[in-house]
Design a protein around this ligand. Structure first.
Ligand code: SD4
Length: 295
């Protein structure tokens, strides 16, 4: 499929080996979907995946047993929307898009976001599965709070797409850190941290310890570095180095980024090995292992 503005065919990339997500988004792009539609389609795959304990329905709850979700989206024209700490709604990236399109605001949180969802036709669902309940009850026995690096080899889904028109959009969706404090919100719904893009330059998404991504405004940093001429790979490396040099405790948490520029070049980097990304282009869906700061 030819891309109109230059010679890059449509691409969908996402965090972790969420192969079905990248495939669904990539195939949508091949059917000429707009980049924003494609990333919502891709992210929705993991939001509905009960086996994924870090995104959407089936996500791990906070320490009081509530599953609370965070998400944001960003459109090629720079518009963005977000929801934070939302309960009972599975497809929070689509909800973030509704906030962007149907309200004068950027973000809705908690009950307000949930009520807005029902008003816009989203259905109420119990997000806490039996498996997640059992695991939470197990956790309660010690209540030891220690975020797990590369939790079960998946985490937040962050996705970027370039469509046939050459436009870039992105989405990010998560249940956040397992057994977080009630009300805790991470980087994933924050534009500039969990996700940022500039349609003239490229985009980036982050996953891992949200507090560290927020402190260094990681996705914005990567896009600005690409604007200055860094490759997506070098920009991701610089953003991880920024975290590592600011925090000597980095051996105890993961931060990972993926990025894509306007020319369709991609990159990824993380603190701890074990992170991977997906790339779908020209009918090929591949898992790419990310280089890491710690070997
Ligand atoms: C967060 N970066 O909420 C996200 C996702 C995450 O385990 O860490 N999930 O901090």
């Amino acid at each position: 499929m030819e891309r109109k503005s230059n010679n890059v065919t449509p691409i969908a990339i996402c965090t972790w080996a969420f192969s079905n997500a990248s495939k669904q988004a990539g195939e949508a792009l091949e059917r000429n979907a707009a980049a924003l539609d494609a990333v919502i389609i891709g992210v929705a795959v993991e939001e509905a995946n009960l086996k994924n304990t870090t995104v959407g329905k089936g996500g791990t709850p906070d320490r009081e047993g509530n599953v609370t979700l965070d998400a944001c989206v960003m459109a090629p024209n720079g518009d963005c929307g977000a929801v934070a700490c939302v309960e009972n709604i599975t497809h929070v990236a689509a909800l973030a898009r509704k906030v962007m399109e149907n309200t004068p605001h950027f973000m809705l949180a908690g009950k307000g976001a949930e009520e807005f969802a029902y008003a816009n036709g989203f259905k109420k669902e119990n997000l806490l599965t039996e498996t997640a309940t059992q695991q939470w009850k197990e956790w309660l026995k010690t209540s030891e709070y220690k975020p797990i690096i590369n939790i079960e080899n998946h985490d937040t889904i962050g996705m970027l797409a370039i469509d046939a028109q050459g436009d870039i959009a992105g989405a990010c969706s998560t249940s956040g850190l397992s057994y977080k404090m009630k009300g805790r919100v991470g980087d994933s719904p924050i534009i500039g941290s969990g996700l940022f893009l500039d349609n003239d330059v490229g985009g980036a998404v982050g996953t891992g310890m949200g507090e560290e991504i927020l402190k260094t405004v990681g996705s914005f940093l990567i896009v600005e570095l690409m604007r200055q001429g860094y490759s997506p790979q070098k920009a991701c490396e610089e953003a991880v180095h920024r975290v590592v040099t600011k925090n000597p405790d980095h051996t105890n948490f993961q931060v990972a980024y993926i990025a894509m520029n306007k020319a369709g070049e991609i990159g990824s980097y993380c603190i701890h090995s074990g992170f991977a990304m997906m790339k779908y282009q020209d009918g090929k869906n591949e898992t790419i292992t990310s280089p890491s700061f710690l070997k």
